[in-house]
Write a protein that binds this ligand. Structure first.
Ligand SMILES: Cc1cc2nc3c(=O)[nH]c(=O)nc-3n(C[C@H](O)[C@H](O)[C@H](O)COP(=O)(O)OP(=O)(O)OC[C@H]3O[C@@H](n4cnc5c(N)ncnc54)[C@H](O)[C@@H]3O)c2cc1C
Length: 302
C-alpha cells in the first residue's frame, strides 16, 4: 500500500513525489510514456527561475534523479482507471493494480496539432506550441500564430513585443477570443490578420522558412515567409478516464484551484491537467508542492 500514488511523471508529478518523500510518505509515480512529460521535447528552457538555460531532457532527468534518490518508486505504465474502495484508491494499469491511500493526478496535456506532415519534423526548429516558452528565440524575426481563440490572440500580442512581424492566421473570418484583445491587436503596426485561411504546408527542410496558406473564400493558395510558427489551436487534457472520480470542466480539465483540491477527498490535481490560467514549468512545480503537501495533510487527518 502506497501513501501517495501519482499519475504522471512530468514536472508536477515528480515535484509532488519530492515533497511526499521528504515528508516520509511512501510514494509511487506511474508514468505512461516517458518521465519528464512535455518539456522533454524542448531543446532549451530559459525561464525557470534559478536556471539560466537548460535542455528539457536534462531538466527532467535531474528532477527524476532527485525524486528517486529521495526514495520515490517509479513505474512505466499507463493508468487506465482509478477506483475508490473502502479507505483507499486502486490505480489500475494493464500489468498491475496499485493500492494507494491518496492520489495526485498530474496527467498534463497534449497540444492539438495541425496535422501536417512536416509539423512533427520541425518541432523545435521553428514549430512551437508555446509562445511564452519560445517567443524570445524569435526576436526581430517574422512569425505566424495559428488560431482564433484567446490563447492565439494572447500569443500574438506577446510575440508582437519581440518579433518584427506577426501574422495571425485563423480559419474563420472572425476571432473567437475576447473583442478587447482583438482591438488591441488591430492597433499594433506589426500584427497582420490573415483570416479565412488554413495552413496547407510548412516550407523548409531543417528549419521553418514559410507557410503555404489556403484562402477558403477564393480557394487560392499563397505563401508567407516566416521563421516561426506558433500553433495555438488548443490543449487536449488526458483526463477522460478519471471523469467518474473527479469533476472536469467543459474543456476536460480537472476542476481544482490553487489548493489543488478536487471534488473527491483524497484526490488532488497538479500541473497543466487542472483548470488554470498559466501552464508553465513553474506553475506545474508549484502545484506539485501544493498537492504533495495537501496529500500529506489529508493522510494525517484520515
Ligand atoms: C515544446 C514545449 C516547450 C515548452 N517550453 C517551456 C519552457 O521553456 N518553459 C516553461 O515554463 N514551460 C514550457 N513548456 C510547458 C511545460 O512543459 C508544461 O507546462 C509542463 O510540462 C507541465 O507539467 P505537468 O507535469 O503538469 O504535465 P506534463 O509535462 O504534460 O506531464 C504529464 C505526464 O503525465 C503522463 N500521463 C498522462 N496520462 C497518464 C496516465 N493515464 N497514466 C500514466 N501517465 C500519464 C504523460 O505521459 C506525461 O508524461 C513547454 C511545452 C512544450 C510542449
Amino acid at each position: 500500500m502506497y501513501d501517495i500514488g501519482i499519475i504522471g511523471g512530468g514536472t508536477a508529478g515528480m515535484t509532488a513525489a519530492i515533497y511526499g518523500q521528504r515528508a516520509g510518505k511512501r510514494t509511487v509515480i506511474i508514468e505512461g510514456t516517458n518521465f519528464g512529460g512535455q518539456i522533454t521535447s524542448s531543446t532549451n528552457v530559459e525561464n525557470y527561475p534559478g536556471i539560466a538555460s537548460v535542455s528539457g531532457s536534462e531538466f527532467s532527468m535531474n528532477l527524476l534523479d532527485q525524486a528517486m534518490k529521495l526514495g520515490a518508486e517509479t513505474v512505466v505504465d499507463q493508468v487506465s482507471t482509478v477506483t475508490k474502495e473502502e479507505g483507499m484508491f486502486v490505480l489500475e494499469t494493464s500489468e498491475k493494480a496499485y493500492p494507494c491511500r491518496s492520489v495526485i493526478l498530474a496527467t498534463g496535456v497534449t497540444h492539438r496539432h495541425l496535422g501536417i506532415e512536416k509539423e512533427e519534423k520541425l518541432v523545435g526548429a521553428g514549430v512551437s506550441y508555446c509562445a511564452t516558452c519560445d517567443g524570445a528565440f524569435f526576436r526581430d524575426r517574422d512569425v505566424a500564430v495559428i488560431g482564433g481563440g484567446n490563447t492565439a490572440l494572447q500569443d500574438a500580442e506577446f510575440l508582437s513585443n519581440y518579433c518584427r512581424k506577426v501574422y495571425l492566421v485563423h480559419r474563420r473570418d472572425e476571432f473567437r477570443g475576447e473583442k478587447s484583445l482583438v482591438k488591441r491587436l488591430e492597433e499594433k503596426e506589426n500584427v497582420e490578420f490573415v483570416l479565412s485561411a488554413t495552413v496547407k504546408d510548412i516550407l523548409g527542410e531543417s528549419m521553418v522558412e514559410g507557410l503555404i496558406l489556403h484562402n477558403k473564400k477564393t480557394e487560392e493558395d499563397f505563401q508567407i515567409e516566416v521563421s516561426g510558427v506558433f500553433v495555438a489551436i488548443g490543449h487536449i487534457p488526458q483526463n477522460d478516464r478519471f471523469k467518474e472520480l473527479v469533476e472536469l470542466d467543459e474543456g476536460g480539465f480537472i476542476e481544482a484551484k490553487e489548493d489543488c483540491l478536487t471534488s473527491c477527498p483524497g484526490v488532488f490535481a497538479a500541473g497543466d491537467c487542472r483548470t488554470k490560467e498559466v501552464r508553465q514549468l513553474t506553475t506545474a512545480a508549484a502545484d506539485g508542492a501544493v498537492a504533495g503537501l495537501a496529500a500529506c495533510k489529508y493522510l494525517a487527518g484520515e
